[in-house]
Design a protein around this ligand. Structure first.
Ligand code: ADP
Ligand code: ADP
Length: 232
């Protein structure tokens, strides 16, 4: 479902080039949850941002759902990106809009009929456990509730793939557990393939089927979670 082939990403600064990713290849099969773990500065953010071309790789190929994203026109890329959802550490909700309006936003841009928006947003808020929060503003929500809104918002555009950029790093351990359970539920029930990056071992152990370890821009290990974390 997601395939990165020989991705290298260099950032050019005044006097030097920083190689953030060096010949990284990985495959995330459809329906799986794939985790990339590594220390701060290892290249995790750069890697996940390459999947929807928020960062353009210096070289290599990005294939999502059978499409080579680097070959698409900007119009085609915009369309492809609609099926690549993303959630973030700091949620990125619109603070001037209610929970309902945040989730409805992309549907409104699409000119979806009002009755359909009403139904779809209600269903999504129910799915993420926020039935009672339609009219609340983000400022009045807990961290876990904000991330639930962000998940509902990204599901509104029917993604096939969900990218999670340190999605639980701002949450306490109990809330982290509940958000991971929700992601697992979404993966199973909606058959959404998930790629996540994290610096937390427990996140990977909790929900990932497969894991890759990244260090200084290189994938140094890759396999089933049970293989990578088995203790002799
Ligand atoms: P991680 O997410 O694992 O902390 P990043 O992908 O953010 O790692 O960073 C990997 C490396 O690339 C680091 O050395 C970082 O300083 C560098 N880097 C990331 N983004 C930029 C940028 N926009 N310009 C220059 N260097 C960058
Ligand atoms: P927090 O602990 O920050 O309040 P949570 O993510 O634990 O955030 O929960 C957010 C809301 O979702 C709460 O109102 C909670 O009751 C509800 N909730 C938690 N887990 C589930 C679940 N599995 N299904 C439905 N609703 C849930």
């Amino acid at each position: 479902m997601i395939e990165l082939r020989n991705i290298t990403k260099k950032f050019y600064q005044k006097t030097k080039a920083i190689t953030a990713l060096s010949d990284v290849s990985l495959t995330v099969p459809e329906g799986k949850i794939f985790g990339v773990i590594g220390a701060s500065g290892a290249g995790k953010s750069t890697l996940i941002r390459c999947v929807n071309l928020l960062e353009k790789p210096t070289s290599g190929e990005v294939i999502v759902d059978g499409q080579n994203l680097m070959e698409l026109s900007s119009k085609e890329l915009a369309k492809a990106r609609r099926h690549i959802g993303m959630i973030f550490q700091h949620f990125n909700l619109l603070s001037s809009r209610t929970v309902f309006e945040n989730v409805a936003f992309s549907l409104e841009l699409d000119h979806t009929p009002k009755a359909e928006i009403q139904q779809r947003v209600s269903d999504l808020l129910s799915l993420v456990g926020l039935d009672e929060k339609h009219h609340d503003y983000p400022v009045n929500l807990s961290g876990g509730q904000k991330q639930r809104v962000a998940i509902a918002r990204t599901l509104a555009s029917n993604p096939k793939v969900l990218l999670c950029d340190e999605a639980t790093s701002a949450l306490d351990p109990a809330t982290t557990k509940s958000i991971l359970a929700l992601l697992k539920d979404i993966n199973k029930r909606l058959n959404i393939t998930i790629l996540l990056i994290t610096h937390e071992m427990d996140v990977v152990k909790d929900i990932c089927d497969e894991v890759a370890v990244i260090s200084e821009g290189q994938l140094i290990e890759q396999g089933a979670v049970s293989e990578i974390f088995s203790h002799p």
